[in-house]
Design a protein around this ligand. Structure first.
Ligand code: IMP
Length: 458
């Protein structure tokens, strides 16, 4: 069999599955790491030699000084990008970056519109709980063909022409919400011209870069942001994000053909988490719609109390707070229906199961195998979010495993898969059976050492 050279990594749930760690782990053997969707709504945490790096826009491989690419499918906030580049540089990391000339640019009015559109949706109970980074409005301008791309930003004359029109449109929209742009046109032009001067040398044809690397037999990693259930087409509409987060997004968002993708790894956490609104069948429901923890009182039922207690143990042990927003994440049991769905749409060739160590916080573990909807057992996600909200999870129950220190988990990982607690292996193998995806990687701690690779990827 030919060695794999191009691998896509996607989140197989609702995001925050630990993709940053898996990408970092594989990036060691990659020559190029490519981001293909989303923007600074993403939050990757990478721990290298005990040092934590929180990245939003720069591909995770940048922490290792790899050559990295921001593809055309990404929406770029230049301010955020320059800040991250400065942080990496101050940590002694070399910036070796290509930004696609076709990637669209986020402006301050996009973020302003994002907040206002969310307010309107919240009143109707359909807010996704966006990161308010302007992601949706920027993609709206892209789809409407009003947007400004990096190649236009770095061309002074073209930028000045295009920004006046885009600004006037945004101003009209803001006025319709009774608001004005926070920055004047002159301020935007000055600020963004300065960003353009700093970024110009990195702007180029990212598709040529990615294809040449693959054709040259180099290992290329495509790093998906967000996750399957947040995909604009296949996620829980309208509660997801505005880009194609799925593996196919690597083709459109980086300019590589499907025939050049060799493997697709879905990263899934050993339990479920979600930041933002919308139905999640296996949710412990201990957070209200404002993102606040619900207090346990005398009127809390026994079942609610048990769920809240489990949620809090998992949230604390797993550090389940948003990297970008700091919001407590909604926690729940692993949903094999969701991950099997992710496998169907993304063509997963392997699963990376992360944060298994966290489940030692509880004695019994539940695994959702199917849903009950209107008296019928189903194994798929209905298209209507209102139907999805009615899906009741059907569970299998498993024994958990002993609680170990970080060091002990890392030591265990060195001994390989068979050294893992038997209960953990039973749980992992059932996930693989239900989702019909072989397990490629098992992660039992934040450190690189706490990783077991079962399947050759590069
Ligand atoms: P947006 O991408 O900021 O428009 O947010 C749309 C939805 O996707 C919201 O529910 C966000 O909480 C969610 N979301 C966006 N980016 C991430 C991420 O990187 N991890 C988890 N959830 C995310």
């Amino acid at each position: 069999m030919k060695d794999l050279t191009s691998v896509v990594i996607i989140g197989a749930q609702w995001g925050d599955e630990g993709k940053g760690k898996v990408v970092d782990y594989l990036a060691e053997k990659a020559s190029l790491v490519v981001r293909y969707n989303g923007g600074n709504n993403a939050g990757h945490t990478v721990v290298v030699a005990g040092k934590k790096y929180k990245l939003h826009l720069m591909p995770s491989g940048s922490v290792r000084g790899e050559r990295v690419v921001i593809g055309n499918g990404v929406v770029v906030d230049p301010k955020c990008l320059l800040e991250e580049m400065a942080t990496l540089e101050s940590g002694g990391k070399r910036i070796n970056l290509v930004i696609s000339d076709r990637a669209h640019v986020i402006f301050p009015f996009h973020a302003q519109l994002d907040g206002l559109q969310e307010e309107v949706k919240a009143k109707k109970g359909v807010a996704a709980g966006t990161t308010k980074r302007g992601i949706g409005p920027c993609y709206m301008d892209k789809a409407g063909r009003f947007g400004i791309r990096m190649c236009e930003l770095v061309d002074e004359k073209i930028f000045e022409e295009k920004i006046s029109d885009l600004y006037a449109r945004a101003e009209k929209q803001l006025n319709s919400y009774g608001q004005k742009p926070q920055k004047t046109l002159k301020q935007v032009v000055e600020e963004y011209s300065e960003y353009a001067r700093k970024l110009k040398k990195y702007v180029g044809d990212a598709s040529i870069e990615a294809n040449d690397a693959i054709d040259g037999g180099k290992n290329v990693l495509f790093e998906g942001a967000q996750a399957h259930m947040l995909d604009i087409d296949h996620g829980v509409y309208p509660y997801g994000t505005s880009s194609n987060t799925i593996s196919g997004g690597a083709c459109t968002g980086a300019g590589v053909p499907p025939t050049k993708i060799d493997a697709i790894i879905g990263v899934a956490k050993a339990y479920n988490t979600r930041v933002g609104g919308g139905p999640v069948p296996t949710d412990f429901n201990d957070i209200d719609e404002n993102g606040t923890l619900i207090q346990i009182t005398d009127s809390t039922t026994k079942e609610e109390r048990e769920n809240y207690e489990i949620a809090r143990k998992i949230r604390e042990k797993g550090g389940e707070y948003g990297t970008t927003t700091g919001r407590p994440r909604r926690c729940g049991w692993f949903d094999a229906v969701t991950v099997a769905y992710a496998s169907r749409i993304n063509g997963l060739t392997g699963l990376a199961i992360t944060k298994l160590d966290v489940l030692s916080a509880v004695k019994k573990i539940k695994l959702c195998t199917s849903y009950k909807l209107n008296g019928e057992i189903i194994k798929y996600q209905p298209a209507l979010a209102s139907d999805y909200a009615k899906c009741k999870p059907i569970y299998e129950e498993f024994d958990s495993w002993q609680d170990l220190s970080e060091r002990e988990w890392s030591e265990m990982a060195k001994k390989g898969y068979n050294a893992l607690p038997k209960e953990m292996r039973v749980y992992i193998e059932r996930i693989s059976e239900l989702t019909k995806v072989p397990i490629g990687i098992v992660s039992i701690g934040a450190e690189r050492e706490a990783t077991i690779q079962l399947k050759k990827i590069f």
